[in-house]
Design a protein around this ligand. Structure first.
Ligand code: NAD
Length: 452
């Protein structure tokens, strides 16, 4: 992992003053999740007097949060939750928006603003859809304006989903917590009332078995560690050539290793056999293994194009078929349904010079999860993608210095994310509290300024 010396300097006392005086990017030390630490430090202000906000307030109170409707003009605020679920014309936005604006100067570092609203695409009334789309626009803009490691995100509910539904509360909690440190300017969609809030928030995956591909290093290793920390038993998959590193991570998390090239025709069956033999169950599949073979399209050859498509998307399609056709993964009687989380990339959303093969494969992942969602939901399961932006790994350490430095700063948090940031989002999407969220792609990119 390449060192980010600029952020190290900018977070010192002198560095803070100098970067401010010179108008340079001011990356802050992000508040990340630590088991045992409070969910958030300080008052959470709930704005909007809809009936629904009372129901949501009950969840916040049950988590031991200091929930307020108002704060004094000098009081510091850790988070603002703004309810827009009942807006029906753009004029309805103003009161709540201005109340949020009035609190921004009182926000602590690494604060959170979360907007709660209904999915614009589900309204056929022009004024209502305009109002709902307005919430998207203001949330994204606010994310750009947040300072000192703060983020702004939204929870977007389908028609008929209760504001206090388990997955709505689960999404809100994720966005308030340090688990979402590198998620900003994004929306979590809640499409159904499915889901269960865990009795132990520190072990939401207790008793479940997960498989992670590409787990020998980088983001995959972080995902294996995080799923293990959250209570899951983990099967770690990687190519035989990465055997030594794979064994190390496997020992660390007390899991089991499976040396396997995921492009093999029988990769899905091999995973099922392993899960049956060691655990007798399989609940969570994380498709993380991925490769890059960058070249401008004018210089692209068949080997580069085909290998990236084969590893990054074709293998996932083939494995999913085998897994979903199996009793072990697909029909877990009396348990939570099958959960799949797949790694996409912001390159798959915005495109990237020299990455036509990679972007095609990652855009393919986004399409695949959207199209597979109905099948998973029919089995009370979910499938989602996570699209990382610039993450500090061996993959990005190989970038030329200047390109890497630019890529790091080009997001609202002015720094690269860590593999753990991606892992936290994967773990959240695999958890029972996210069972109402399916078919979506959630970006972990610090609100990358390039692209969508
Ligand atoms: P990495 O190269 O550090 O690790 C990838 C792992 O996948 C390696 O251990 C590798 O051996 C394994 N792998 C590759 N081909 C395989 C195969 N055929 N079968 C089994 N295992 C195989 O990559 P990373 O940076 O940790 O990225 C992990 C995922 O996140 C990838 O899908 C990548 O495209 C995606 N991603 C990364 C970034 C980033 O900034 N690092 C950004 C966006 C998306």
């Amino acid at each position: 992992m390449a060192q980010d010396t600029y952020t190290e300097f900018a977070t010192t006392g002198v560095g803070k003053k100098l970067t401010k005086a010179l108008g340079l990017p001011q990356p802050a030390k992000l508040r990340r999740y630590r088991p045992g630490a409070p969910l958030i430090h300080g008052p959470v202000v709930l704005i909007g007097s809809t009936e629904a906000s009372d129901a949501l307030a009950r969840h916040l109170l049950s988590w031991g949060l200091d929930v307020r409707r108002h704060v004094g003009p000098k009081e510091q605020v850790a988070a603002v939750v703004a309810m827009f679920d009942a807006v029906s014309t753009p004029a309805d936005l103003s009161e709540t928006v201005l109340a949020v604006g009035g609190l921004l100067k009182q926000l602590k570092s690494c604060a959170r603003v979360v907007t709660v609203f209904r999915d614009p695409a589900q309204s056929q009334l022009p004024a209502e859809r305009a109002a709902r789309k307005g919430v998207e626009g203001l949330t994204r803009s606010l994310a750009h304006e947040m300072r000192a490691g703060g983020t702004a995100n939204g929870v977007m509910l389908d028609a008929g989903v209760d504001v206090a539904a388990p997955s709505a509360a689960g999404a809100l909690r994720f966005l308030l917590s340090g688990r979402s440190a590198f998620v900003s300017g994004q929306f979590i969609t809640v499409g159904s009332d499915h889901g269960m809030l865990p009795t132990d928030w520190e072990a939401p995956l207790q008793g479940q078995t997960a498989v992670v591909t590409g787990a020998a290093r980088g983001i995959g290793a972080a995902i294996a560690r995080t799923l293990h920390r959250d209570g899951a038993q983990v099967i770690l998959v990687d190519v035989p050539a990465a055997g030594e590193q794979l064994a190390e991570v496997t020992n660390e998390v007390g899991g089991t290793a499976l040396q396997l090239d995921i492009t093999r025709d029988d990769a899905g069956e091999r995973i099922l056999q392993h899960a049956q033999q060691y655990y007798g169950r399989l609940d969570i599949v994380v498709h993380n293994a991925g490769i890059t073979r960058d070249k401008l399209l004018a210089n692209m050859d068949a080997a580069r194009w085909d290998s990236v498509i084969a590893v990054n998307i074709e293998s996932q399609l083939r494995m999913n078929r085998a897994l979903l056709d199996s009793e072990l993964f697909s029909r877990p009687e009396g348990r939570v349904g099958p959960r799949i989380v797949s790694l996409a990339s912001t390159s798959g959303i915005a495109g990237n010079r020299g990455q036509s093969n990679y972007a095609a494969s990652k855009a393919g992942v986004i399409g695949m999860v959207a199209a597979s969602s109905a099948e998973l939901q029919a089995r009370h399961g979910t499938i989602n993608a996570v699209a990382p932006g610039f993450i500090e790994t061996e993959m990005t350490a190989k970038m030329p210095f200047a390109t890497r430095e630019v890529a790091r700063r080009l997001n609202s948090l002015s720094q690269g994310g860590r593999p753990e940031d991606v892992a936290e989002t994967v773990a959240y999407l695999a958890s029972p509290a996210a069972a109402g969220t399916s078919g979506m792609t959630l970006r972990v990119c610090g609100q990358n300024l390039v692209g969508a």
